[in-house]
Ligand binder design. Structure first.
Ligand code: HEC
Ligand code: HEC
Length: 407
């Protein structure tokens, strides 16, 4: 072999050899984060600022605490995906006489801040709390489309008295708005001035700004122009707060973060033409899963063109359903009962374990370690659907799971 041929062959082998060891390039559909298509350069600039705010790690000098749960949004929502139960939030309260739910505000409720900066004492759950719930962070992708579904559409899907007799009712959560809330034109109040909630596990946040302001304050102890009060540990003292001047983040930063959440791309389905995935999707509809996990919603006209009038497949109805005693933690928010939970979107579920350390942690507190376990925990309005799933053959069950993993 001539030296030249030897050299060529060696270079060829090196290239081919390296290819084998390089990680395969990830396509858009394999990752959860990233902006939706069609944003202008100006909008992408806001998106990038919001992305940076989502990853900002707070310190005592920049406003963390004094009482908090984690130091950045991304700690709990890693890669914009679901969180690990290690970072679960805890909320508590009790039912007063007359069945009114008491969030125990004067005892540090409803959210436990289980960490504190140096010199402060973390909160503990008061012994008088009767309802304690743990919540695993959901993924935050595609939420701009869910925010833009009109109240009229949600009310049309709700069936509070089960008038169609399918055993599945579905209600909206009516929530009293915070002072900074400014509704979209398609958000309509009831006669007591309450609005329909759509974010959080019980749908208690009215829009992404409401959710974000709450997260800054309750999860990280960070004040903003929208809420200037640090969380206070009433068990220790009434008014001791940190020394960082309020607001600890300006309104513009909160708004960039909200824009980021609104324009994160919706998860993209993979393998949708695989025959088992197609069969699994039909079975998912046949055994009534789709009665709550709705495959098709349409956004209305909103101030961001790329979010307006789009049909999309989140596999949720954004409604509350009674899920039975097994999932009743004795804790609630807004007009939801303690056994009611908002149907979680299932888009992106096949990618969520990547952010959870390779294993699934599903349902509101992460108690289910596989998709099948999550299905078997369904009760209440979903009891019938679960029983129909249980009665399927093993290969039919596998097709449903394969379909869900493709989402
Ligand atoms: C300590 C962990 C933790 C931190 C920190 C945190 N979150 Fe969350 N996030 C959660 C949990 C748990 C939920 C469900 C809460 C609920 O039911 O109200 C949630 C819910 C959400 C939702 C609603 C998603 C949906 O589908 O309903 C959004 C949006 C969100 N968080 C954004 C943020 C942003 C923005 C920040 C930072 C400002 C943040 N989160 C910080 C744990 C966290
Ligand atoms: C009556 C409405 C309803 C029906 C019917 C229903 N679900 Fe659900 N599903 C929910 C609610 C509500 C939750 C959240 C419960 C919780 O977090 O404790 C949920 C949670 C899940 C989860 C876990 C999602 C996550 O992110 O943690 C999966 C997976 C799931 N459902 C699949 C199914 C399948 C498959 C079927 C059909 C066999 C089905 N569901 C039928 C309402 C329903």
């Amino acid at each position: 072999m001539s030296f030249l041929r030897f050299l060529c062959l060696s270079i060829f082998l090196i290239i081919v050899g390296c290819e084998k060891f390089l990680p395969p390039e990830q396509s858009e559909s394999d990752v959860l984060d990233g902006p939706m298509e069609g944003l202008s350069p100006e909008q992408l600039a806001i998106f990038n600022r919001g992305d940076e705010a989502f990853g900002e790690v707070f310190t005592p000098a920049t406003g963390l605490g004094p009482y908090y749960v984690a130091a950045s949004c991304a700690t709990c929502h890693a890669g914009d995906g679901k969180g690990h139960p290690f970072n679960n939030l805890t909320r508590f309260g009790k039912f007063d006489t007359g069945n009114a739910f008491n969030q125990m505000l004067n005892q540090g409720g409803p959210q436990l801040q289980n960490r504190a900066i140096v010199g402060f004492v973390p909160e503990v759950i008061p012994s008088t709390a009767t309802g304690v719930t743990e919540l695993t962070a959901p993924s935050v992708t595609g939420l701009g489309l869910l925010e833009a579904v009109s109240d009229a559409d949600l009310l049309a899907m709700a069936d509070p008295n089960d008038s169609n007799g399918d055993g599945i009712s579905g209600r909206v959560n009516w929530v009293s708005p915070p002072s900074f809330f400014s509704p979209f034109p398609f958000q309509i109040p009831d006669s007591s001035g309450r609005y329909i909630g759509r974010f959080g596990k019980k749908g208690a946040a009215l829009n992404l700004l409401h959710q974000t302001v709450g997260a800054y304050k309750q999860d990280m102890g960070v004040t903003s122009d929208f809420d200037m009060e640090d969380p206070i540990n009433y068990a220790v003292s009434s008014q001791i707060i940190d020394n960082v001047p309020d607001p600890e983040v300006p309104a513009s930063r909160v708004q960039d973060l909200v824009f980021y959440l609104r324009t994160l791309k919706a998860p993209i389905q993979r393998d949708e033409s695989n025959s088992d995935v197609i069969a699994g999707k039909q079975l998912f509809i046949d055994v009534q899963c789709e009665s709550c996990h709705k495959q098709s919603l349409t956004s209305t006209t909103t101030d961001i063109a790329t979010l307006s009038n789009i049909q999309f497949s989140p596999y949720t109805d954004l409604l509350l359903h009674d899920m039975g005693t097994g999932l009743d933690d004795g804790y609630t928010e807004g007009s939801a009962s303690s056994s009611e939970w908002k149907t979680p979107a299932l888009w992106g579920i096949g990618l969520t374990k990547d952010a959870q350390g390779g294993n699934y942690f599903l349902m509101h507190d992460g108690r289910a370690r596989s998709i099948e376990e999550a299905i078997l925990l369904h009760g209440g309005e979903a009891e019938n659907s679960k029983n129909m799933y249980v009665a399927l053959t093993q290969s039919e069950k596998e097709q449903i799971i394969q379909f869900l993993e493709s989402l």
